[in-house]
Design a protein around this ligand. Sequence first.
Ligand code: ZN
Length: 499
Amino acid sequence: MTKKIYIFDTTLRDGEQTPGVSLNPQEKLEIAKQLESLGVDVIEAGFPRASNGDFEAVKLISQNIKKSVVTALARCNKGDIDRAYEAIKYAPKKRIHVFLATSDIHMKYKLNMTEDQVLEKATNMVTYAKTLVEDVEFSAEDGSRTRKEFLYKILESVIDAGAKVVNIPDTVGYSIPAEYGELIKGVKENVKNIDKAIISIHCHNDLGLAVANSLAAIENGAEQVECAINGLGERAGNASLEEVAMALKTRKDCYSNETNICSEKIYRVSKLVSHFTGITVQPNKAIVGANAFSHESGIHQDGVLKNRETYEIMTAESVGFSTNNMVLGKHSGSHAFEDRLITLGYNLEKERVMEAFKKFKDLADRKKEISDRDIEALVNQGVVPIEDVYKLINFNVTTGNNIESTATVKIEYNKVEKIEAACGDGPVNALYNALERAIDIKPELKDYSIKAITSGTDALGEVSVKLTLKDKTVLGIGVSTDVIEASLLAYMNALNKLN
Ligand SMILES: [Zn+2]
């Protein structure tokens, strides 16, 4: 009999704790919409008590997501739980997710509480959360290092209090598959009322075992997997959603489980998350890496040509990876372009399609063949439109090996034009120095990186910069066939986000 496995995505909560990642509410909403269309059962939208920005993002998501359950994280106190409820209350399907540490080391050093105190607090707070919503999940933080008898006892108590889902996380990524599987089996056998709740798991990848541990837990009775797109998350990250989903699908013969995931949408979500977070997926990453479906060895290529199954256990198409490259150019019309967008999984409003088409035409003047990767780079930029308070009018740079680079930048800010010039160590530095003189804020440049979207000398360059102003950090992206221009556009994009 096939059993349903619930996919709980925590890209927007644990994933956002990835060092250096910061998403604004609009970007989070766009990701949540994509997760909903991917078929994710539960979307963990954030930790509302953590900050006002987090609260607003969770609220926005709960106002817009209809099919998936929207959940928010709360510590075991009324303030956190109330705040979580205020943020998720608009969602048709809502859940409060409370957590408390249960391992000896966490209770002794972090909480300074005894087992009895932890048991009482967890039970009371689940009872309290139940007065607000029907669906409550309890996480025993550091569950994999918790004394087993105590784990059974606390799970039984929170289930009695009404928890519908009990999560046993491997918070520190210490477990190995056989041991973690045994742990879940033990919970199933020893918690008396476990049939009244769903067992959930949440694995971290510190030893590279998050997906393996998750699968071992499923084999032993876990029914909900907490995971994140591209394996984002604290430290080495969480179990990767795409790997868990495709392992369950490809090896259905072993797991006889089913998920709600529409696998053909995986690649598109992965790209969007990578774009918004600025975290590039490594090329050899399973499922969504650029090389995941390319065969380099002649023997492999020959085999695949004769019969794909010689070296392919799943198709690129099954995860939405388009293999159709370099199809559009200068003479392609808006219909062909729109068709390509649909094939690539975009579902944009007419206005946004036309904006993207204009960018595409500009690009076609500078680049002969436009690949799907180019189109993704152009379109992802406009997915969440931002107001252009700062506009670039023109720039000029002089550079060379024996002269100091000099740059002039002309921008428009609040409808007023400003022109400034500066020197610098190289053209980008000179441009940024000039730009900094033209604006009235002093953001700090935290990060700058550049990559080519495709190969060839006319390739699109994508520059990402991170700017920090007070406690706000934003990511700006600029795309152009000219890397100097891309650098400037990235900085302008970040400035507009800071505004
Ligand atoms: Zn975690």
